[in-house]
Design a protein around this ligand. Structure first.
Ligand code: DX5
Length: 231
């Protein structure tokens, strides 16, 4: 199993913009570009309008990757398929707090199944939602768009929540990654990093970068470090 990445800033692409007809090659290209992990945006067409892929597609891509996989479950009932996403090769599974009646139990079950646990918060969901599950948490994801589609505009109004989450994490003393996802570009990543994020999901900007993915990864990492420097 590939080692999880070293402390941030971590640059993690979403495969949402990839050519799904050549996913193995796309995953190899992302690894060659120097990404730290790869995120699989799992959408069920209910929690979010869009519909993407399940564990079988992720499992098919797994042999092509030298980096860890994370599954971002934008689904109404994440508990029912946790084991399948982990068996498919996801070392980190992220559920939405808004989809979990018993979030504490779900986070503990992800760890019991052998993966690292992540919890995502939609832009409207308060940071305090995770205050009582940090002991069960390896990653908090602050969505900087409303989930469901790539290519959306970054919601800068989430930055105070990112800062609040950074405070909660630092006060807890737990080694918890703080990830942001949605509209992350070289122009927006600095604000998210300055607010306290250390893991950055990029889809459309990275895939559309004229100089290619490796240059995009370097540009994002440099911009994140600059943002952190002003923190
Ligand atoms: C939304 C998705 C997107 C994707 C990244 O549900 O989670 O945020 O990962 O998309 P971009 O980088 O194109 O905003």
């Amino acid at each position: 199993m590939p080692e999880l990445s070293v402390p941030g800033p971590l640059i993690v692409p979403s495969v949402l913009p990839a050519d799904f007809a050549r996913l193995g090659a796309e995953v190899r290209e992302l690894c060659a570009a120097g990404v730290d992990r790869i995120q699989w945006d799992v959408m069920d067409g209910v929690f979010v309008p869009n519909l993407t892929f399940g564990p079988d597609v992720i499992a098919a891509a797994r042999p092509h990757s030298t980096v860890a996989f994370e599954a971002h479950l934008m689904v109404v009932n994440p508990d029912q398929m946790l084991a399948e996403y982990i068996s498919a090769g996801c070392e980190l599974v992220i559920v939405h707090a808004e989809a979990c009646t018993h979030l504490h139990r779900t986070m503990a079950r992800i760890r019991d199944l052998g993966a690292r646990s992540g919890v995502a918060l939609n832009p409207h969901t308060p940071a305090e939602t995770v205050a009582h599950v940090l002991a069960e948490t390896d990653l908090v994801l602050a969505m900087t768009v409303n989930p469901g589609f790539g290519g959306q505009r970054y919601i800068a109004a989430v930055e105070p929540k990112i800062a609040r989450l950074r405070g909660l994490i630092d006060e807890s003393g737990y080694a918890i990654e703080l990830e942001v996802d949605g509209g992350i570009t070289a122009d927006t990543i600095g604000g998210a990093a300055a607010a306290g994020a250390d893991v950055f999901i990029s889809g459309s900007w990275m895939y559309g970068y004229p100089e290619g993915k490796a240059a995009a990864v370097k540009r994002l990492r440099d911009a994140a470090l600059t943002g952190e420097a002003v923190r």
